[in-house]
Design a protein around this ligand. Structure first.
Ligand code: DQA
Length: 151
């Protein structure tokens, strides 16, 4: 069975109450519930985690990547600072999509750069929590394609 792991970094546990004008009112549990419904319909196993610790996020990326699962990652502020996360995605050859709730390019300049983006298949940002749904819909066909035996 295909698997997708949704990995959330620092402060995303505060989704729903943190800066609602920027991040909206849906909680992380709400994001998970929406994705569980999608995963069920697509017959995909879903992993969903959140951590405030960079090293733990690296370990989660490694585990998902080495298991061949697709990764949807909102690394929060570590997006803009972490070479270790980039190396974990690259080093495990993980199929990963970077997501953000907010449009990071319409915000402060320090949010415009992502260390992970070059080693992800794509980046989805600015659609509120629907960024996760869009990433899920994008990653499933890519995983199915990758799982196909070479002709
Ligand atoms: C975020 C954007 C990041 O710049 C910020 O540090 C976050 C949330 C987003 O989902 O919009 O924590 O990743």
């Amino acid at each position: 069975m295909l698997a997708v792991h949704v990995l959330n970094g620092p402060n995303l546990n505060l989704l729903g109450t943190r800066e609602p004008a920027t991040y909206g009112a849906v909680t992380l549990a709400g994001v998970e519930a929406r994705l569980r419904a999608r995963a069920l319909a697509a017959d995909v196993e879903l992993g969903f985690s959140q951590t405030n610790f960079e090293g733990e996020l690296v370990t989660l990326v490694q585990k998902a990547g080495l298991a061949g699962a697709g990764i949807i990652i909102n690394a929060g502020a570590y997006t803009h600072t972490s070479v270790a996360l980039r190396d974990a995605i690259k080093g495990t050859e993980a199929l990963a999509i970077e997501v953000h709730v907010s449009n990071v390019h319409a915000r402060e300049e320090f949010r415009h750069h992502s260390f992970m983006a070059p080693v992800c298949v794509g980046v989805i940002c600015g659609f509120g929590v629907a960024s996760y749904d869009l990433a899920f819909d994008a990653i499933v066909p890519l995983l199915r394609q990758r799982a196909k035996p070479a002709a």
